[in-house]
Design a protein around this ligand. Structure first.
Ligand code: C5P
Length: 255
């Protein structure tokens, strides 16, 4: 394990945990779904706090949620003065709304922020360190990413007679060597990310609905987004199979 980089400037982690998790089929907010008897959020909180990169962690939970809020408060009590300050805010209808709510609660003077998905419970500390180090070296935006193993094609719905053959037809094939599967935590200069979200808050609804990460908002400002290596263990828990895989990994590591 690499050591945490020295906290060069005031740094926060935002954890977005306000998603519904319908694809996991638990009938619970995704962040509450248990992994090795602890909610996904608790794993993400431990990972972020344990990485040592931030003085504050701000968690966005579903509106009117009591249980995840309680988990955060209990975790904060366990950490005591030894760890970062833990704050909880109400998330919004979309991931971008949840990020915006958390950014509004950052301590005054925060310079760097790492935005992380609660749905990535097993992100190793090294990934937090790589992102924080790139910010400390002057990046305004940095993402962890992995090479893509599958060939990626674009498709369109079939029409007319072709629709009786299959629902979709291929429209193109991307150059795999240039593609990356992007993870979190994504790191930003706070002013840059706030400006990017402010611009995106005025986007048309269909454009706003296509926001899947924070880096794409910064890209739209024309700001370079740097890429550091992600980690296979930083996968997003989305389906029951992902959860099963996460359970297996935790058990193999004696957790
Ligand atoms: O939707 P997706 O699974 O990509 O969600 C990624 C992360 O964004 C999850 O940690 C989820 O809890 C969070 N999210 C949120 N608020 C929403 C939707 C998603 O905090 N409205």
């Amino acid at each position: 394990m690499t050591d945490a980089p020295p906290p060069a400037v005031p740094t926060a982690v935002v954890i977005v945990a306000a998603g519904s998790g319908t694809r996991l089929g638990h009938g619970l907010p995704k962040a509450l779904v248990p992994l090795a008897e602890a909610p996904l959020l608790l794993h993400a909180l431990r990972g972020a706090a344990g990485s040592g990169v931030a003085q504050q962690i701000c968690v966005a939970v579903p509106p009117a949620d009591a249980e995840l809020t309680e988990f955060c408060h209990t975790f904060a009590e366990e950490l005591g003065d030894a760890g970062p300050e833990i704050d909880v805010v109400e998330g919004g209808a979309t991931r971008a709304d949840s990020v915006r709510a958390a950014l509004a609660a950052l301590a005054p003077g925060t310079v760097h922020v790492l935005v992380h998905d609660a749905a990535r419970p097993l992100t190793p500390p090294e990934v937090f360190h790589r992102v924080a180090e790139a910010l400390n070296r002057g990046a305004l935006a940095v993402i962890p990413a992995m090479p893509v193993v599958d060939t990626i094609k674009s498709t369109a719905p079939t029409e007319g007679d072709a629709a009786s053959i299959a629902a979709e037809v291929v429209t193109g094939t991307a150059v795999r060597e240039q593609l990356r599967a992007v993870q979190t935590p994504q790191g930003f200069d706070v002013g840059t990310l706030l400006r990017a979200h402010e611009v995106a808050s005025r986007w048309e609804p269909d454009q706003a609905a296509a926001i899947t990460d924070d880096a794409m908002l910064v890209e739209s400002l024309g700001t370079p987004v740097y890429v550091v290596p992600g980690d296979l263990q930083s996968f997003k828990v989305t389906t029951p199979m992902d959860l099963h895989f996460a359970e297996t990994l935790v058990a193999a590591q004696g957790g």
